[in-house]
Design a binder for this molecule. Structure first.
Ligand SMILES: *Cc1c(COP(=O)(O)O)cnc(C)c1O
Length: 355
């Protein structure tokens, strides 16, 4: 017998999430161009030197981190749970709520992890298309109709959406919440860049969960910290399937230290103004070789062109962006990075599109 003989039959042809090898300037994963402020790194270094308890398991309730989040938003502790990135929370949601054959409703294109995680947990993903001719804007009517037809257990709304950049208007979200008879997961991984505020909705709607992360605006992708804000009943449901000690001690402390620090407000503003600068610089290319830049409320730009192998051409110039295959082959997503990399991207696009 070999491992394949024992493997779940539905996973025999399973393709795991593919991460492309790092080469060139990394503009492919929506990471922050900023690392931890030096002052915080020194504080953490001091904390490590004074720390004598690395031989002890971490706080299984992630209390220091959850308390920092609770203080920051003015929520109770029991409205918060933390995960090893929000990816882990997506997995916990699937584990807690999906029975074999249950459906989740997602948008397409959107973050592929929802579907992958649902399927690993014996669920099925059904998707509502977002349309390029509508700049991939959300359609509340289409989502509500799909809710009625599909009766999903979970609805995922990524706002602003990865990879297309659009956020869902609050009034549309409210209409969806009014129509939904399922758990509604609002993935706000990029929420800090759009300025949208869902906190009052979370207080008001017990079926609504907001997923947030330290990986993007807070630049802690390497430490893997995400969290969920929701009604305490919902948090208890997620915690039912959360493994003990999920977050390590260091990640808990580091994330608690950065939340709400004034440097981050400035950094987020810088990224947003840099996004606007790139949008203006790319605007003259509109229409040439089918180039179209989609609106973005996030820390990345999504665009289309008829240039074949645009991602590869950018890589030849030392710029690693997110390129896609299949029906999405004419699209790329580029993360707002250091100014120099952004300039190099603008220059490369001008050369390639106008060639
Ligand atoms: C990056 C991202 C996440 C966050 O991932 P982490 O596991 O917290 O690093 C979640 N949702 C979307 C849509 C993302 O793009």
């Amino acid at each position: 017998m070999s491992a394949r003989d024992y493997l779940r039959r539905d996973l025999l042809d399973w393709e795991n999430y593919q991460v492309q090898p790092v080469q060139g300037r990394k503009m492919d994963a929506n990471e922050s161009p900023f690392t931890l402020p030096e002052k915080v790194r020194r504080e953490l270094a001091d904390w490590i030197l004074a720390q004598e308890d690395f031989n002890i398991y971490p706080d299984t309730d992630n209390t220091v981190l959850r308390q920092a989040i609770a203080d920051y938003y003015g929520f109770g502790l029991d409205w918060i749970t933390a995960g090893v990135g929000s990816d882990q929370l997506i997995d916990l949601l699937a584990k807690a709520f999906l029975e074999p054959g249950d459906r989740i409703l997602v948008q397409s294109p959107s973050f592929s992890m929802y579907q992958t995680t649902a399927e690993i947990n014996h669920g099925t993903a059904v998707s509502v298309p977002l349309l390029p001719e509508e700049d991939f804007r959300f359609s509340a009517d289409t989502i509500i109709q799909a809710l009625q037809e599909q009766q999903p257990k979970l609805l995922f709304i990524c706002s602003p959406n990865n990879p297309t950049g659009c956020g869902i208007p609050k009034e549309d979200l409210i209409r969806i919440l009014e129509a939904a008879h399922c758990v509604v997961i609002l993935d706000e991984a990029y929420g800090e860049f759009s300025g949208a505020d869902s906190l009052d909705l979370i207080r008001q709607w017990p079926d609504l969960i907001s997923l947030r992360t330290f990986s993007k605006a807070y630049g802690l992708a390497g430490l893997r910290v995400g969290y969920a804000l929701a009604h305490p009943d919902m948090i208890r449901a997620i915690d039912t399937v959360r493994a003990p000690y999920n977050l390590n001690t260091f990640s808990q402390i580091a994330a608690a230290r950065v939340l709400g620090r004034p440097e981050y407000k400035e950094r987020i503003q810088w990224i947003v103004s840099e996004r606007e600068r790139m949008q203006q610089a790319l605007a003259p290319l509109e229409g040439t070789c089918g180039f179209h830049l989609f609106p973005s409320q996030s820390n990345f730009l999504f665009m289309r062109s008829e240039v074949e192998g645009l991602g590869a051409k950018l890589l030849e110039r030392g710029l690693l962006v997110r390129a896609y295959g299949g029906a999405m082959a004419s699209y790329i997503r580029v993360s707002i990075s250091e100014q120099e990399a952004n300039d190099a991207f603008i220059q490369a696009m001008k050369e390639i599109i106008q060639a």
